[in-house]
Ligand binder design. Structure first.
Ligand code: ADP
Ligand code: ZN
Ligand code: ZN
Length: 710
């Protein structure tokens, strides 16, 4: 009997490299993109038909192919643009095709048997398209209208460079609306960096579009959803009933047959880069997908990544081409008060160990007394980063990592933030027995405690004591905890909010008139060349939290209230703080880009990392050294003429985590294409090197293309 041969992408257990399609037999022809269940070893797994032989064929004598086990009827095949996206991502980020394809599908699709899925599909979806109400459109400002008109008329991609509160979201909403109204099958993808920002945005989108396109028109896709919810959203997007998908980075892989518009909000946010498996950048894939699928792409930010800023440079005499993106500028804030005045405190002039300088404490006190809110940022959770013994110098090092265990006072533990190893705080020094053991440095728990003491006598306008709250990864572990805590701040039950960077993003707290970064200096001297860029973005975003509500600010102005951003620093004149003081992103970007260009760093070059994990540094680095030698011996693309530079292997900053030694090496090239050709050619060599007996202690290796942290 003639057999149809199909080649299926599936997740195989080993890191088997690119091109890992397995062939199966099918009684009937199956088109590419069809979801199937196939036997793999003793299991049955989900796969995607990637290729099928044109005509049914007879297998060569003696050859046998296992038959596919079933077809997921009722789910249309994944279309060619989706398959091209997955194929590109697998190639570009040096991962197996099947791994990327399967990771891009909702987890439940993998586990449901065809008959279970069929039952799920029979459930009526929330009706979309059956509403046809109108939308009560607010009038755009001149800046918004100009941005909207250019997005409508030009091809893009667009970088919407707009201050916090300049109305970027309103522009997204309008562009989405225009696109969906013009074409009844059009779909839009809107991405945001954080899961905790999606409910707010979801409300805003659903509120706007449900009356017009039906209640099922807006769906979410992020890792905070349950598996059934994710499957439902995915099916709605795949089937076309969802017109708008709101999601985090994973949503870039959603199947969207009608995709016409992609928005990447806060495009500079590092969370768009996946940090495990296929280490993709959802922002970069959005640009690729938009171009390939003919969808417009809007990247939005008040502090764009230097990559996007450079890519949107206007043409000049020396550079008549300019960048590939269209830059749209919206400098004015709408409905918000003036931008925060930046106040710098020179910590060299303060008594040693000062946490809250006197002028900052005074400013917070005055605000509590007036019923206004303050927000205090410190990017370190716990009570203190390390505990030490005064007598013998013992420090609370993690036995499994090259890092300290952090002192958490609330539950009296020492916890390693890298491997999770937790012990009770000792009463005496474990080395010399001295009781004289003390915390060194500050974490958010300690700030909260100190503020409690410092503000003990301070009363609110209704003569009740000041209320202090803390939000960080420790206080928000339980499901729904973050939402509940944010709601408390919103409703005014909190006067001073202490937290890590998770409180600086996106939230719209009405009564915040002061934001303070108490110890931001660490990032200034980091070995990571992107640290300053990241700090600047965080501080600008934090500053944008103060004085967002113009009406409230006007009411408070009688007391002399101005929105303020405080920075305590030992280097108050540093370029980052100078630019912050002037709210001058452009000057900051120009200065950073000049440095990057002189040092041939991204965006003026392209980078990739290979990381190796092993029981010892020697094995980890030995593997990288051997693979480098093999690459040179094979004269891989870019090596003979030096267009690809391989740097020597080095230990990671935190070189040991959970008893695993970690090493990495950096590759750099001025040509993205050459670097890609080099990586593709090197992949099999790395695999061959790994299987040599002298690299037996190697645990794993991985490639990170366009790494964010070096
Ligand atoms: P961004 O996304 O740039 O931070 P938003 O789109 O959230 O800014 O807008 C900030 C605030 O201004 C929101 O409360 C929004 O409702 C309001 N807003 C936006 N555009 C307009 C407009 N054209 N007229 C009046 N209010 C507006
Ligand atoms: Zn001791
Ligand atoms: Zn540890």
């Amino acid at each position: 009997m003639p057999t149809h041969i199909v080649h299926v992408a599936l997740q195989t257990p080993s890191h088997s490299g690119v091109g890992d399609l397995l062939s199966y037999a099918s009684e009937r022809p199956l088109s590419p993109g069809t979801l199937v269940r196939v036997p793999l070893g003793t299991r049955e797994v989900l796969g995607v038909v990637w290729d099928a032989d044109e005509a049914p064929g007879e297998l060569p004598d003696g050859a046998t192919l296992r038959p596919i086990a079933g077809v997921l009827e009722g789910v249309a095949p994944l279309d060619a643009p989706w398959r091209r996206l997955v194929g590109f991502a697998a190639r570009y980020y040096q991962r197996a095709l099947g791994e990327v394809a399967l990771a891009a599908l909702p987890p439940q699709l993998r586990d449901l048997r065809p008959e279970q899925l069929a039952r799920r599909l029979r459930r009526p979806a929330k009706g979309a398209g059956d509403a046809s109400g109108t939308i009560e459109n607010i009038a755009l400002t001149a800046e918004q209208e100009s941005a909207r008109a250019r997005i409508s008329a030009e091809k893009g991609p667009f970088l919407l460079f707009g201050s916090t509160g300049s109305g970027k979201t309103e522009v997204y909403l309008r562009c989405v609306q225009e696109m969906l109204e013009a074409d009844p099958t059009a779909q839009a993808l809107v991405m945001v960096p954080e899961i905790n920002l999606t409910p707010q945005l979801e409300e805003r989108f659903a509120g706007r579009f449900a009356p017009r396109f039906g209640p099922g028109a807006v769906v979410s896709l992020h890792s905070g959803m349950t598996n059934p919810q994710r499957l439902a959203s995915w099916l709605a997007a795949h089937g076309g009933s969802a017109r708008i998908v709101l999601g985090t980075r994973m949503a870039v892989f959603a199947s969207l047959p009608g995709l016409k518009l992609i928005v990447v909000d806060e495009e500079h946010d590092p969370s768009y880069k996946q940090q495990e498996g296929a280490r993709y950048s959802a922002r970069d894939l959005a640009i690729w997908r938009g171009r390939e699928q003919g969808a417009k792409v809007i990247l939005g930010s008040a502090t764009p990544s230097l990559e996007s800023w450079h890519a949107s440079r206007p043409p000049t005499a020396e550079d008549p081409e300019g960048g590939r993106y269209v830059r749209l500028h919206m400098p004015s804030r709408i409905g918000a008060g003036a931008l925060a005045r930046v106040r710098r405190v020179d910590m060299n002039q303060q008594p040693r160990r000062t946490v809250f300088s006197a002028p900052l404490l005074q400013a917070i006190t005055e605000r509590v007394a007036r019923g206004e809110q303050s927000m205090i940022l410190l990017n370190r959770r716990g009570y203190a980063p390390v505990l030490h013994c005064v007598d013998c110098g013992w420090k609370s090092d993690c036995p499994h990592c090259s890092a300290h265990q952090v002192f958490h006072k609330t539950d009296r533990t020492l916890r390693c933030h890298h491997c999770g190893y937790t012990v009770r705080v000792p009463f005496h020094c474990p080395t010399c027995g001295s009781p004289d053991i003390h915390p060194m440095g500050k974490g958010t728990e300690q700030l909260e405690e100190q503020l409690g003491t410092l503000l003990r006598e301070v009363l609110r306008p209704d003569r009740t004591p000041a209320r202090i709250a803390r939000i960080d990864a420790d206080t928000t572990k339980a499901k729904g905890a973050l939402e509940a805590q944010l709601a408390q701040v919103h409703s005014g039950e909190v006067d001073v909010l202490v937290g890590t960077q998770m409180i600086a993003k996106g939230h719209d707290f009405r009564r915040i008139t002061l934001v303070a970064a108490v110890q931001p200096d660490g990032a200034l001297f980091s070995s990571d060349f992107r640290a300053a860029e990241r700090l600047f973005a965080l501080l600008m975003q934090a500053a944008g939290r103060a004085g967002r509500d113009a009406a409230y600010m006007a009411a408070q102005a009688v007391h002399g209230t101005q929105p303020e951003m405080w920075v305590q620093s030992f280097h108050p004149q540093h370029a980052v703080f100078e630019a912050l003081r002037k709210h001058d992103y452009e000057a900051f970007a120009a200065q950073q880009l000049k440095e990057r260009e002189e040092a041939a760093m991204p965006p003026f070059s392209y980078q990739a990392l290979v990381r190796a994990d092993a029981r010892t540094q020697e094995v980890a680095q030995g593997f990288l050294t051997a693979a480098t030698a093999a690459a040179h011996a094979a004269q891989l693309p870019g090596l003979p003429d030096g267009t690809v530079i391989l740097f020597p292997p080095v230990p990671l900053t935190i070189q040991r985590v959970a008893n695993v030694e970690r090493a990495q090496m950096l590759m750099e090239s001025s040509s993205r294409t050459t670097l890609q050709r080099f990586l593709a050619a090197w992949q099999p060599i790395l695999q061959a090197t790994r299987s040599q007996p002298e690299h037996k202690g190697l645990i794993r290796w991985l490639v990170d293309v366009d790494p964010l942290a070096i």
